[in-house]
Ligand binder design. Structure first.
Ligand code: MN
Length: 292
């Protein structure tokens, strides 16, 4: 199932080139009171929501996909995790270009299976998450604000200490993401956490629709010029590796996001630029960069 959030917090199911409005299902989610339980409420209740959505779909009103404003499909992750230098060709371009990694670690990883085993994962502020319709508000004019297109894992269940061979059991689905990054000397969590620097969309594709998560193609163009094109089969640390590493440290909650890393071709965007992200498996979206 392809689940989206659109317009004014409407819940939709994407079927072909249309969005079926199933917002009535949001009444299934509990109203909460303080302290709010951790986890994105929709993802916590996803199995029940999907079951009810299947019954509602034939009767739902429909809108053309290109007529709605797509919001982030998972608005309330407790954590936005991300993998650094997780494609070999991106690691090589980062070594060549000090503008990418001027303040970060020595990229030498002798003795480690993958860069994440040396560097770990990093966190982006969960308040930085937006959908494609909102676009990216460039916060550091005059500096290099780079696009990093990535496949994003959406965790489906509360979990800790998950071994690699059980990692796929804890995933609800996948979506595309942009790990926007201003290059410079500040800590990575600062440079990657400005409002709107974690784009998520176009929708959540549930695991049953993904034939092979280790073979998801994706690309990014800026103003129609190809910048990045790769496939999750080229990940250095694969998805089970990332989940095992993450859950060795953190309890993950439903809706937590893991940005799996960006391939080669990262580069700057300027106000007015349109980033087009496309995946034959996860869908496509346009994301406009603008001034704050
Ligand atoms: Mn990244």
């Amino acid at each position: 199932m392809r689940i989206c959030r659109f317009d004014d917090n409407q819940l939709g199911i994407v079927v072909g080139e249309e969005v079926c409005d199933v917002s009535g299902l949001l009444d299934m989610l509990p109203t909460t009171r303080w302290p709010v339980p951790l986890g994105d409420s929709l993802i916590v209740h996803l199995p029940q929501v999907i079951e009810a959505a299947n019954k509602l779909l034939p009767h739902a009103s429909r809108k053309p996909l290109d007529s709605v404003k797509l919001q982030a499909p998972v608005p309330n992750p407790t954590k936005v995790l991300a993998a650094p230098v997780n494609y070999k060709a991106h690691a090589e371009e980062a070594k060549r270009d000090p503008g990418i990694h001027q303040n970060t670690h020595n990229l030498e990883i002798t003795g480690f299976d993958a860069p994440v085993d040396k560097f770990g994962l990093f966190l982006k502020a969960n308040s930085s998450v937006v959908g494609p319709a909102e676009g990216v508000a460039l916060h550091f004019p005059g500096r290099r604000n780079d696009h990093e297109v990535e496949v994003v894992v959406v965790i489906g269940t509360r979990c800790k200490n998950i071994p690699r061979d059980r990692a796929y059991d804890v995933i609800a689905g996948y979506t595309m993401g942009l790990d926007m990054t201003v290059r410079g000397g500040e800590d990575r969590s600062f440079r990657k956490s400005a409002d709107s620097y974690a784009v998520l969309g176009p929708w959540l594709t549930t695991v049953d629709e993904i034939a092979n998560p280790e073979d998801i193609p994706f690309s990014l163009t800026v103003n129609s010029k190809l910048r990045q094109s790769s496939n999750t089969k080229f990940l250095t640390a694969g998805i089970p590796h990332l989940i095992a590493l993450a859950t060795s440290c953190y309890t993950l909650y439903p809706g937590d996001l893991i940005y799996t890393g960006t391939p080669e071709g990262v580069g700057p965007v300027e106000p007015g630029d349109v980033m087009h992200i496309e995946s034959a498996v996860l869908g496509s979206m346009d994301v406009k960069a603008r001034i704050t």
